[in-house]
Structures are given as C-alpha cells and as structure tokens.
Design a binder for this molecule. Sequence first.
Ligand code: KG4
Ligand code: ZN
Length: 336
Amino acid sequence: MYILGIESSCDETGIAIYHSKKGLIHDTLYSQVSMHSEYGGVVPELASRDHIRKLVPLIKKTIRDSNLARPDISGIAYTAGPGLMGALLVGATTARSLAWAWQIPAIAVHHMEGHLLAPMLEETPPPYPFIALLVSGGHTLLIQVDGIGQYTQLGESLDDAAGEAFDKVAKMLELGYPGGPKVSLLAEKGTDRFKFPRPMTDRPGLDFSFSGLKTFTMNTLNSTKKTNQDKADIAYAFQKATAETLSIKCKRALQLTGINTLVIAGGVSANTKIRSELLKMTKKQRATLFFPRLEFCTDNGAMIAYAGCQRLLAGQHENLEIFAKPRWPIETLLSI
Ligand code: KG4
Ligand code: ZN
C-alpha cells in the first residue's frame, strides 16, 4: 500500500511516499527559509501562500520521481496540527480534495506524532516502550511511548520551547533566522567562559523552562562589549546549558519509569552537542539512544507518510471533514 504524505504545518513543504512493506520510497522537501529570512522569522501569511504555490507541483513530481502513477496511491496522510492555521489548511484542503477526487481515504496526522515516529524510518528502529524527548520550535515534551497512540506526557516546557529559545538567542546575537543551526555553528568558536544556569533541575519533576535561560543570556550579552568572541562564548554557554538541562531531565525520566530506550526527535535533535550529551548520559545509564537521520529531525513529509500509513493500516481515517487544529494535545490521539 503506497501512502502519500503531506507536511505543511510551518515553513517547509514536505512530500513523501511510504510503502507499508517496502518502506520509504521517496521524499521531497521545499524549504521557505530564504523567503522568511528577510523578515527574521516565519511570516504566517507568506508561508500559507507559498505552500499553495508549491504543494501540487511537488506532489506531481514526487509521484513521478517514485516511478508511480496516481492509481498506485492508496491513501493520503497530511499534517493536521499543531502548527500555523493557514499553512495547515493548505495541506488539509489539498489532501482532502485529492482523496475525494481519487476516492481513497485520507488521515489527519499529528505533527509531533510524526516527529516521535521519525526514528522508525531508520534501519534499526527503537523498540517499545521508549521515552521520547520531542524538541522543536513550538514544543519541548517528554513522553512515555508504549505504542502508536499510547502516549503519556511526563513533562513539557512551561514557557518557551527549546527551539524557540535557540531562535530568540540567535536574534539577540544578530545571527538571523533560522536560529538553531546558526547558534550551534557559532558555539563551535566559543570557549568555556560563562556558567549559565540549568533551569528547573534543582527541583523534582520533568517539566522544563527556557525563558529564564534566555533572559540570563541577554543579561550576560549586555555585560560584555559584544565582540565576536563574546558572542561565540555566549552561544557556547547557552548551548551547553540547554544540552545538559535536557540530558538531566531525560536521565530522570529513564530512572523514574525504568525504561532503558530514549528517542530524541524534532528540529533541535539535529544539534550535535545535544546528541553527544544524550549519548554520553545514556551510555552511563546503560540505556540506548535513537534519533532520526539529520534530514528527518526537522520537518519532512516522510514522518507524516509513515505515521499516517500505520493508522490507515489499522483502519483509521476521517470522512469528508477538513481537519486542521493549530493546538492539539498529543495525549488525545487514538491508539492503534
Ligand atoms: O521540528 P522543526 O523543524 O519544526 C517545528 O516543528 O517547530 O523544528 C524547528 C526548530 C527551530 O526552532 C530551529 O531553530 C531548531 O528546530 N533547530 C535547531 C537545529 N536545527 C534546527 N536547534 C538547535 N540546533 C540545531 N542544529
Ligand atoms: Zn516539526
């Protein structure tokens, strides 16, 4: 069964085809980064308009490049939330219209479930149950995953998401958008000069807070002459504090649940310092760390096609409704 996956929740148009037995057949990504970078961040209206321009040509190209024809497609999976409402509606209406015209089912996929299941696209997928650290631009979540749709949220960010903090620090350091990779690149030139706090690690619990760390970063920056080396040292300290904070909370989640498999996914999981910190911690804990390949850490159509395929195989799909939810708690999903 070939499933077409459509991702359009933010600033990437991702299209993929996943086969229930053969695995991922093809995936295509069009990034809007160069368009938004002029404005220093994502402009929702421009994002929606660009998805409108790119979606149909990309779908046609992906089907053609997979050496398939339209009748080969048995179902459509699309990101229905969380995300930017306008951007989501473009994907949802396109997916629904195609499904209606082609007389095949369509399934609304939760964007964070897509991220969470992205490591399943790798040769060695993680076994259930596992702890997932989902770190993206809008979310920082610790979830116990017992199976698809069997999600227990253990912790979340009480204010900024980890990716959001990276993006805001990038702005302070005048690095522009998208912030995460730029902070990470600058941190490579930094030295271990400043000691930043590890927020909420001195009290029990699995919630996160990054807004204080952001303010601390700003105050530290203002206490310097803002030379290139000052900025690099600050990027280094911020990244180190974030990586260690995430690692402390993940270690706590593994210890509290007795689970010894950790998955890290979402855009921030592309960060090499965070990966190496978690790798070090899981080794010490005799646990195993799984993460998606780099291009599947950030938004992509493959993870949506995979998640949708599993749900369609289980017989789940909606009727004719166009389903788009900018806010959508992951714990409310059906299990399969
Ligand atoms: O998952 P994603 O592509 O989109 C959302 O669902 O939000 O995540 C985007 C976030 C952005 O905040 C971006 O700055 C961050 O992931 N990010 C990174 C890195 N690459 C992307 N943060 C830190 N280091 C990176 N290498
Ligand atoms: Zn995402």
